[in-house]
Design a protein around this ligand. Sequence first.
Ligand SMILES: N[C@@H](CCC(=O)N[C@@H](CS)C(=O)NCC(=O)O)C(=O)O
Length: 203
Amino acid sequence: MIDLYAAGTSNGMRARIALEECGLPYTLHPVDIAKGEHKTPQFLAMNPNGQIPVIVDRDGPGGKPLTLSQSTAILVYAAEKSGKFMPKDPAVRAAMQPALMSASTDVTPVFGAYFGAKNKEPNSPVTQMFKDRVRALFQVWDGTFASRKFCAGDEVSIADFSLYAGYARIKGAAPDAVEGMPNLSRWGEAMAARPAIQRALKF
Ligand SMILES: N[C@@H](CCC(=O)N[C@@H](CS)C(=O)NCC(=O)O)C(=O)O
């Protein structure tokens, strides 16, 4: 059994999508960031950065407990533990890596910066700059999905789960940042139809 400590942010959703899609049994422990529940001594013992998500797998490698932070590390761990969603073909697997990295390390931080700027100064040039960056990243994905069904080809992989966590969050909070991108939208609808994704997004 896995304990998942998370909130309904893109990083939290990424970790929960991983567990749901990989079919790994888990217990969700919602963490209220507004109340500072991620900064308690108990939480900091699991992740000294004081950030969600964190998992504790009581049945980790070698049968020993494992504590893991970083949403993408959790995604990779879940895929390896379950043997699912990590392409077996070395060429597809290699193509999946940049897609995964871009989804996790370009998209999420840039829209995080956009939301931060928008909350402080909605009409400032900095806010517009981050919005343009978000749109530019998703425009590239829109181009990718013109010829590929999923991030790395014909099969769903953990790159799709990572990207969807970011896409769902931004589509909910700032839909104009991803509008006018039909291929991206079609991919988003296919991902949203997956029962495991639907369960994972209900925080
Ligand atoms: N790179 C980390 C980022 C984790 C992160 O930024 N978590 C946010 C919520 S989405 C958080 O806990 N923020 C509270 C804080 O930093 O104080 C990951 O992918 O898990």
